[in-house]
Design a protein around this ligand. Structure first.
Ligand SMILES: O=C(O)CCC(=O)C(=O)O
Length: 361
């Protein structure tokens, strides 16, 4: 926590956390929103600078080195070191307990504040990213999970070190789903399969399902270029609004897969219903790092600790001093006037009243 305590109070939040976007930002937001609605994802370029990417990689490498020699998990009922787990290709998380490979509670802000702090201004609470999240979900955005996932390099896994072809990437995502790769999936809170497998469900929405504000959106920042050996994100554009299944099935489906061309420091912002997969790390020595901020509608359960972590408490105190409701809401600490839901209900009442006025006798 030394780094956090050294920071002068009032300097952790980004400068424009409450004011309006510039004209250029507004134009960019409109484009991102359109892409998000139609394709299910959009890429925001150069969000984290190259110097911060390098600093982050350095800090994460140190944390990974410690995890490699610690016992951080189980294999075949036996406690094993990070190195033994990495040999299987399994990912290792930063943002969960120190003695575990898994992500989750209590999150990066608590588990690795020296890493988290570098990401608060450019990424986690970046005004443009929060603006976009609000355009997508309404002004009720709350954090859920903020963590880093590391995929081990070939020096641990002994796997091939070249750059994979598109065909290899798709095949790997399909056959290794759930083993050393996350494989094809949609994210938490997706409703894609709701009723689809139910006989009698009339799926007449092929390619035409209306856009609905998601309950969750995934905001990813990769710390290596995606066209190198680090392993790109694969996405199926439009799969948040059509009947595309739970993996590409056959040539026609495979044609629809996009290898997302993000560079180190870019952010991919996507809908929880969009089908996607990560891919294996083919670098010899460099870990593949993916920073995640999963955001949800205010009031939904969250994985991160928003009460005990000193860094979160500092951010909340700063947001209170600035009356920054959206930062408070991000940390589930916006309780003024009954909190976001009560205020939203007021807005519903206004809309209902306005519709009543329209009724002709
Ligand atoms: O590893 C990746 O690039 C994607 C990870 C992913 O799909 C997820 O966290 O939901």
């Amino acid at each position: 926590m030394a780094d956090v305590e050294r920071k002068p109070a009032g300097d952790l939040l980004p400068a424009r956390s409450a004011s309006t976007p510039t004209a250029a930002e507004e134009a960019a937001l409109v484009e991102h929103l359109e892409r998000y609605k139609t394709r299910g994802y959009t890429i925001l370029r150069d969000i984290v600078s190259q110097s911060v990417v390098a600093e982050l990689r350095d800090g994460l490498d140190k944390r990974m080195a410690a995890k490699m020699s610690n016992k951080i998990g189980e294999l075949d009922g036996k406690e094993v070191t990070g190195k033994e787990l990495a040999a299987t290709g399994r990912t290792v998380g930063i943002g969960g307990p120190d003695d575990s490979r898994l992500i989750g509670y209590p999150g990066l802000l608590s588990a690795a504040p020296e890493i988290a702090e570098l990401l608060i201004k450019p990424f986690l609470l970046n005004p443009l990213l929060l603006d976009l999240a609000e355009r997508v979900m309404g002004p009720f955005v709350q954090g859920d999970g903020f963590y880093v996932v590391g995929t081990p390099p070939a020096r641990y896994t002994g796997r091939p070190t070249d750059v994979a072809t598109r065909q290899e990437l798709i095949a790997d995502a399909t056959t290794n789903s759930g083993t050393h790769l996350p494989g094809w999936h949609r994210d938490a809170y997706n409703h894609h399969d709701r009723w689809r497998k139910n006989p009698g469900y009339a799926d007449d929405l092929e390619d035409g399902q209306p856009y609905t504000p998601p309950l969750a959106a995934h905001v990813l920042c990769y710390l290596q270029d995606m066209d190198g050996p680090g392993g790109p994100l694969l996405a199926v554009p439009g799969s948040h609004r059509n009947a595309f299944g739970d993996r590409p099935n056959g040539e026609e489906d495979e044609k629809k897969v996009v290898v997302v061309d993000a560079k180190a420091g870019d952010v991919v912002f996507f809908h929880c219903d969009m089908l996607h997969s990560g891919s294996a790390n083919r670098a010899q020595d460099a870990w593949r790092y993916m920073v995640t901020s999963f955001v949800v509608r205010a009031g939904l359960p969250h994985r991160d600790d928003f009460t005990e972590a000193p860094l979160v408490r500092t951010l909340i105190a700063e947001a209170e001093a600035r009356s920054d409701r959206r930062v408070l809401r991000f940390f589930a600490a916006d309780s003024v006037d009954g909190g976001p839901l009560r205020r939203e209900e007021e807005q519903w009442r206004t809309a209902i009243d306005a519709e009543r006025q329209l009724l002709t006798p």
